[in-house]
Ligand binder design. Structure first.
Ligand code: SAM
Length: 305
């Protein structure tokens, strides 16, 4: 069990049979897009056991790549749910202010309880849109909203940096493309990642930009999902913006797993010029050894053709 599952297990108590029903209801809500918030305490616990491990892992991955080196003293976590993004951020930024916006009162109260329990030095504010924050986050929440422009404006106008994370599906990618265009063309935002460019997205017609993390499954997680394997792959798409421009040194980003063959590797890269290239790198290439170790999502430093 991860830290939050352990806490929920010890302090809130649950019955695996009831959780299974709640977890099926949650999944049904996602599939049919009828879910907003959580019906009851059981559904919140089901979320902790079945969705939280993946969304938390994705947040940690993105914080590690884009945020951990920044100066962050305040966070606006919009649609915080049970506080996944704030819990992940608290690993790096403790003793700072977290503003939680969430329509589901029960989830918001649990978020505050969880964050306070694990990171007591944090200051938690609920239902307040602050004047200014260092980081705004939409963790799996903006895609749920029909009124996304208003919510995006509310957060973008108050923050220096903005992270938007969504599931790695074609539908969510299409929504992210609209958000990308809106912030780049109408709000003069600087795009920090995943793109190393601000051109039109070269994947938008036939493909979708997404990445993947490996998420360990607890025994209870496996029972609730009727799963055998001790891990799952979680696909995600994201955008990270800043109000401050950033020079990218990288040549491009790997947008698929490298395919390793006997004497060569095939790569798929979105370059700094906004082009997709698929170079074959042979053993004799000077970067072969290093590229062989690279993984999907990595930035590629040197120019490759
Ligand atoms: C899929 S959950 C994600 C929760 C959390 N951010 C996470 O990453 O685990 C989406 C959350 O957004 C909240 N939400 C959706 N529309 C909202 C709105 N208009 N105002 C506040 N919260 C909203 C929902 O209640 C839900 O808790």
């Amino acid at each position: 069990m991860n830290f939050l599952q352990q806490y929920v297990h010890e302090y809130l108590g649950w019955n695996i049979k009831d959780l299974k029903i709640s977890s099926q209801e949650l999944q049904h809500g996602y599939r049919t897009r009828t879910r907003t918030g959580y019906k009851d305490k059981q559904q919140i616990q089901a979320y902790v056991f079945t969705r939280f491990p993946a969304t938390y892992q994705v947040c940690l991955q993105l914080i590690g790549e884009h945020i951990k080196e920044l100066e962050i003293n305040s966070v606006l976590d919009w649609g915080c749910g049970i506080g996944t993004a704030s819990l992940a951020l608290s690993k790096y930024f403790e003793n700072i202010e977290y503003f939680l916006i969430e329509q589901d009162k029960q989830a918001k109260d649990y978020a505050a309880q969880f964050i306070k329990h694990f990171y007591p030095k944090n200051v938690i504010q609920q239902d307040i849109l602050p004047e200014k924050v260092d980081l705004g986050v939409f963790s799996y929440s903006l895609g749920e909203s029909d009124n996304w422009k208003k919510h995006l404006d509310d957060v973008w106008s108050r923050t220096n940096h903005l992270l938007i994370v969504e599931p790695g599906t074609t539908a969510h990618f299409q929504k992210l493309l609209k958000i990308r265009d809106y912030l780049l063309l109408k709000k003069d935002a600087y795009l920090v990642g995943p793109c190393y460019h601000s051109q039109s997205c070269p994947l938008k017609e036939k493909d979708w930009c997404h990445f993947s993390v490996n998420v360990p499954r607890s025994k209870e997680h496996k029972i609730l999902k009727n799963a055998q394997r001790g891990f799952e792959f979680e696909a995600y798409s994201y955008l990270f913006f800043s109000k401050t421009s950033k020079m990218h040194d990288e040549f491009g980003r790997l947008i698929a797993s490298p395919r390793i063959h006997g004497g060569h590797i095939n790569l798929k890269i979105c370059t700094r010029k906004g082009e997709i290239i698929e170079p074959t790198i042979s053993k004799s290439h000077q970067d072969y050894k290093q590229l062989k170790k690279s993984v999907w999502g990595d930035g590629i430093k040197n120019e490759l053709h």
